[in-house]
Ligand binder design. Structure first.
Ligand SMILES: [Zn+2]
Length: 57
């Protein structure tokens, strides 16, 4: 089972997608992406938000 995060679910208009086997890997990719592209730090609130948007594929 692959897990996928579609950034567009959180940030309308963004087409970034992270795929990985584990939630931890996705969170790492998402944190790097959020920082680079959206200028956001991976606060606990943001991490919770991202976790809620991760889906199994
Ligand atoms: Zn994004």
């Amino acid at each position: 089972m692959t897990k996928v995060l579609k950034c567009g679910d959180l940030m309308p208009g963004c087409d970034f997608e992270a795929r990985a086997e584990t939630e931890q890997e996705i969170l790492q990719s998402a944190a790097a992406h959020a920082k680079e592209v959206h200028g956001l730090d991976a606060t606990p609130e943001l991490v919770e938000h991202v976790k809620g948007a991760i889906k199994d594929e």
